[in-house]
Ligand binder design. Structure first.
Ligand SMILES: Cc1cc2nc3c(=O)[nH]c(=O)nc-3n(C[C@H](O)[C@H](O)[C@H](O)COP(=O)(O)O)c2cc1C
Ligand SMILES: [Mn+2]
Length: 481
């Protein structure tokens, strides 16, 4: 596991997965024009290190996690399915048959407590402390021409619930207004927004710490759709198989990852809002300007030689496809804990995560596909699923052509489509109202007589085994394959 971004970048360099850009490049649009080309290359392109940002004091790293091999390397696995299996194992303790058996399970408990974060005194991220530091020291990118300004796009925004003391870490973009203020774009459904809501109800200021350039595991965990009230650092412990080192902030009562690059300490005032956006978003569209809370910077701490780690979003595929893929795999075994009939799921990159969702199920009773749609719409951030296509378990949801074939042949739209309304993604500008709109489920499973479908349904074409074997032999002689 990589303790920090520096060691991850060095490994990418060794593996020839890092492209160093040593000519001056401007963070104002020019970097995006390069990064976007990497993201659009087959397989995700190389990670990038801009060694000389114009006007900058530190190098800029981008697309670090933007390929299947790099997201796996970051999370310490050969494949994301391996990670899913490990999480499945950890969350499915065997039932003890008696007292002695229960004792044998103790190591499992130790394993979990061994994964909780620990507090350290000395931290690289506090090598330099600047009480009067300003954001003008950071090479923050303006990513698209009509953006409202430069945006910090990959922060770990750390807050506490002022009622319970529970921590939350989320990645929410921050528009830089001036050297000491930014926007705080936690959308209303997210953990940070809930903490802010609680603070506002109490009429209190909410302290916020922002960590930039966290180690690879933590960087991912801040984007993960953890259920509310579950600490992202616990996930980081499970995935990273080690305790995350945290250090107390200098001016706020919060802790930050000791090994990160840069920390912004500050607060959000109750009641304050400011125009945020527009921003060229991961929908491939400019999200419209809207009013959001404001972050006031009061202190910057950093390493002596920090790297500014960033990402760009835009029309897919971008780097976030791979972060999303990790969440799809990691959360599948956890979702199955409450909805065990789910066999597999896939969020096609072109559908921007939850706008298009394919799910395969082990269909057991009439109306089962509809139950799955409603389960998704009621489960954490899966509530944002705008179009859900449910197929039988023999369909490979990762094969998009197969899903299109099955949906096209198995669906009668007048019978198999469920339309409902409810909360939708803040970024859905097609919805009837902001954050409230329609959702659609398509039941593409084979229909049963008990679902009122008695009309005969044709069988899939399958070659006879004998002819198939003979065909394969002839084909091999023809082509050598
Ligand atoms: C690159 C990137 C940028 C993101 N920007 C935002 C954002 O500006 N606002 C937001 O609410 N969510 C944003 N997200 C999504 C959240 O990080 C994600 O929903 C996360 O699960 C939120 O954590 P939470 O449940 O603790 O709030 C972004 C994700 C990525 C990968
Ligand atoms: Mn959270």
């Amino acid at each position: 596991m990589f303790p920090d971004v520096q060691s991850f970048i060095a490994e990418l360099d060794r593996r020839k997965e890092l492209a160093r850009v040593n000519e001056p490049v401007s963070p104002d649009l020019e970097m995006t024009a390069v990064i976007d080309r990497a993201c659009k290359s087959p397989g995700g392109g190389p990670a990038l290190l801009f060694e000389k940002p114009t006007g900058g004091t530190m190098p800029v790293a981008a697309n670090l996690y933007g390929s299947m091999s790099r997201i796996c390397l970051a999370l310490g696995v050969e494949s994301l399915d391996q990670l899913a299996d490990e999480i499945e194992e950890l969350t499915t303790p065997p039932m003890p048959k008696g007292f002695m058996d229960a004792l044998k399970l103790m190591p499992l408990v130790n394993r979990l407590t061994d994964l909780m974060p620990k507090t350290v005194k000395d931290a690289p991220c506090q090598e330099i402390v600047k009480m009067d530091g300003g954001l003008d020291e950071l090479p923050v990118l303006k990513t698209w021409p009509e953006d409202g300004g430069p945006f910090i796009t990959l922060p770990l925004v750390i807050t506490r619930d002022l009622g319970t003391g529970m921590r939350n870490i989320g990645t929410y973009r921050m528009q830089v207004y001036d050297r000491r203020t930014t926007g705080m774009h936690w959308q209303r459904h997210k953990g940070g927004a809930q903490h802010h809501r609680i603070a506002e109800r109490m009429g209190k200021r909410l302290e916020v710490a922002v960590a930039l350039g966290a180690d690879p595991v933590l960087q991912y965990c801040a984007t993960a759709p953890m259920p509310e009230g579950l600490d992202e650092l616990m996930l980081a412990g499970v995935v990273g198989k080690r305790r995350v080192e945290m250090v107390k902030c200098r001016t706020v009562d919060l802790e930050v990852p000791a090994q990160c690059q840069i920390v912004l300490e500050g607060y959000v005032e109750p009641g304050e809002r400011r125009r945020e956006g527009p921003f060229g978003d991961h929908t491939g569209l400019y999200s419209l300007a809207d009013d959001f809370p404001v972050f006031h910077l009061q202190c910057i701490t950093m390493r002596k030689n920090p790297v500014y780690v960033t990402t760009i979003v835009g029309r897919p595929p971008m780097e976030d496809v791979y972060l999303g893929k990790a969440s799809e795999r990691i959360f599948l075994p956890l979702i199955k804990k409450t909805v065990p009939e789910i066999v597999d799921m896939h969020f096609p990159a072109a559908g921007i995560f939850h706008n298009l969702v394919f799910v395969s199920i082990d269909k057991r009773y009439p109306g089962h596909a509809r139950k799955i749609m409603h389960a998704f719409w009621g489960l954490g951030q899966l509530m944002f699923s705008k179009c859900i296509v449910v197929v039988d378990k023999d369909v490979d949801v990762h094969n998009e052509a197969e899903v299109a074939w099955v949906a096209g042949t198995h669906v009668d739209p007048s019978r198999d489509v469920v339309i409902t309304t409810g909360p939708v993604d803040d970024l859905d500008d097609a919805a009837i109202l902001p954050a409230f709109g329609g959702k659609m489920g398509i039941d593409a499973t084979k229909k049963w007589p008990s679902e009122g479908v008695t009309r005969e349904f044709p069988k899939k074409l399958v070659m006879s085994e004998a002819a198939d074997q003979r065909g394969a032999e002839i084909w091999k002689r023809l082509t050598g394959k």
